[in-house]
Design a protein around this ligand. Structure first.
Ligand code: PLP
Length: 353
């Protein structure tokens, strides 16, 4: 991407930084609107029906953020004093300000992640408390897919959610990047990404999906689930201040993204591979093999000397990223091969000094 000064700039901080495409803006401008608090915004209703149908659920709720979507899910599944089992680094435990505890008086039971991002089945089983007044009631298992750019293996998702069901736990998926997981899975199996998304979703009682990440919409997430659960979530959304009015313009962007931006996530994954392959040639950079659109790079040995100034130095050359000793690069709709090659040239220049 070239800025209006002709200066080459590539923003790899996150897949949230995308601008709506002309097609998306046209869909937003053309969206029929109503008042969604009266449930009569046709564009919101259409989006909710579209995503629920696509993922195989009875109902869905359009919410402003993924954080609010997860909060609605946690509070719809759990009562005060209930416990949810969750990854130590999972977004809905670690990165949402403790919302489940603050607003729901829920007790998280975090578990460490395995190197592939999963929670060990034996540790999940051991964390489920017996019905005993000493313990919080274990009520929910919350998984995240993708997690740190990693796709959870499908057989693992099946086993973990079966285990939860056998113990009477509800199952929630934070699928902020569900479609990245689905596209990676479909690429591997030679199947259809929508079908893979539905297959992953079928293991859960609720699924949260972000439209504002790789799908490229400006704002919004959806929580999908059964009619009763979504009706409870609807009440919580109102309490959380998420009852929006003429939100159909935003819903239309999300709808456009669901139709037009799912298949193309494969391009983001290819660019992540291109970046990883290039970075791997540089000394002192340990590059994890990207499974989707996130590239993590650890700095080792003399390369660590660059760490403190690296992010600002990259930014001065038009390459935006995050991290310190571990750098993170995320590909998305507004990144192309020229941008990746520019990033590689700039990083190569720094590390060859
Ligand atoms: C981004 C993200 C969310 C929600 O983010 P918001 O910024 O609140 O929309 C939730 N879970 C995961 C895994 C995410 O990456």
């Amino acid at each position: 991407m070239t800025s209006n000064t002709g200066f080459l700039r590539v923003d790899l901080r996150s897949d949230t930084v995308t601008q709506p495409t002309p097609g998306m803006r046209a869909a937003m401008a053309a969206a029929p609107l109503g008042d969604d608090v009266f449930a009569d915004d046709p564009s919101v209703n259409a989006l909710q029906a579209q995503i629920a149908d696509l993922l195989g659920f009875e109902a869905a709720l359009f919410v402003p953020t993924g954080t609010q979507s997860n909060l609605c899910a946690l509070l719809a599944h759990c009562q005060r004093g209930d416990e949810y089992i969750v990854g130590q680094m999972a977004h809905c435990y670690r990165w949402e300000g403790g919302g489940g505890a603050v607003f729901g008086s829920l007790q998280p039971q975090p578990l460490n992640h395995q190197p592939d991002g999963t929670l060990a089945l034996a540790e999940i089983a051991a964390a489920i408390k017996p019905d005993d007044a000493h313990f919080a009631r274990t009520r929910l298992l919350a998984l995240e897919n993708t997690f740190g750019g990693k796709r959870l293996p499908m057989d693992y998702v099946q086993q973990a959610t079966d285990l939860a069901r056998q113990h009477g736990l509800a199952r929630h998926l934070d699928g902020a990047r569900l479609f990245n997981a689905a596209v990676a899975q479909a690429t591997e199996l030679g199947t259809d990404p929508y079908q893979e998304a539905r297959r992953i979703a079928s293991c859960f009682d609720s699924v949260s999906v972000c439209f504002s990440k790789g799908l490229g919409a400006p704002v919004g997430s959806a929580l999908c689930g059964g009619r009763e659960l979504i009706s409870r979530a609807h009440r919580i959304r109102k309490m959380a201040g998420g009852g929006m009015r003429q939100s159909g313009g935003l819903a239309a962007a999300a709808s456009y993204a669901l139709t037009n931006h799912v298949q193309r996530l494969a391009d983001d994954h290819t660019l992540a591979q291109r970046l990883a392959a290039g970075l791997r040639r540089l000394p002192g950079l340990v590059v994890a093999q990207p499974q989707t659109n996130v590239v993590f790079v650890d700095l080792e040995g003399p390369a660590r000397a660059h760490a403190s100034d690296l992010i600002p130095q990259l930014a001065r050359h038009g390459v935006l990223a995050t991290g310190l000793y571990q750098l993170r690069f995320v590909t998305h709709l507004d990144v192309d091969a020229a941008g990746i090659d520019h990033a590689l040239a700039v990083i190569g220049d720094i590390f060859s000094r």
